[in-house]
Design a protein. Sequence first.
Length: 315
Amino acid sequence: MSLMNRLLPWRVLKAKGIMGMNKRNGDYIAAYNKRSQYPLVDDKVKTKHLAEAAGVAVPKLYAVVEIEKQIRGIAKKLEPYDDFVVKPSHGSGGEGILVIIGRALGGYRKGNGEMMTESELDHHISNVLSGMYSLGGLPDTALIEQRVEFDPIFSAVSYQGVPDVRTIVFRGVPVMAMIRLPTRMSDGKANLHQGAIGVGIDLKTGKTFSGVWHEKIVEQHPDTGASIVDLQIPQWDKILELTAHCYDLAGLGYTGVDIVLDRDHGPLMLEMNARPGLSIQIANQCGLLKRLEKIEALDDIPESIEDRVKLAKTL
């Protein structure tokens, strides 16, 4: 929130409904998210199995590595796949995610074009298991899953990686959304802290407006020069329905849901977050509080996903 804090006094921020971290933690995360439910979203393996059981579309799971001795057989298990993604089950902020886009010279080609040997892949998975990338540094599990091929509409506004749509969902209603666009600085990852761009999305239309890149308001992608304004997100209603459905999976009242738009499979849920960040407000140049308070004031929330999406579009 530092950009807004520098530009506007506290009273103006409050009037605009800007939510700070203490307010988020106390009045929304603590009040609406039961800690017993956290493992359902903090553990990516559990999240994926939960989603698959509920019919929520997710990238296909190729393998799970839980202990060191399983690493020896992983190359054989991955032979049918030319490309894949390795993720820590308890990772955060994009740390430890390895994207393989193809094979060459007996090894693997990473998303940035560099080559990786089989032993280097094994070493990376071993690091994941050791907890190098996990929350709290605890021993972890490695997921190996389908690599998403992003929709061609994003080719001019993304550098190497796959954009994703982050949506805040409150009491089952999508309340604010942004698309995160990878850059050279973010090494192709859709993570704002590593240098990706956060671009606000109009909930009603699914169209983008100006975004933020390292606390600067931008209207063009820094690497491609393409405009990031007025971009129509394909299958927008389906994306909103998918995010609303995710509330029914874990029962967490305040969550962040990350969706990717695959070229062949459409919207896929990547993960859920019980403690979503607040930079989405900067990307949207709009505070969360007023929208959250509107939903909080309702005695009854529509049961159907379609009605919850209709409610979202009135915000």
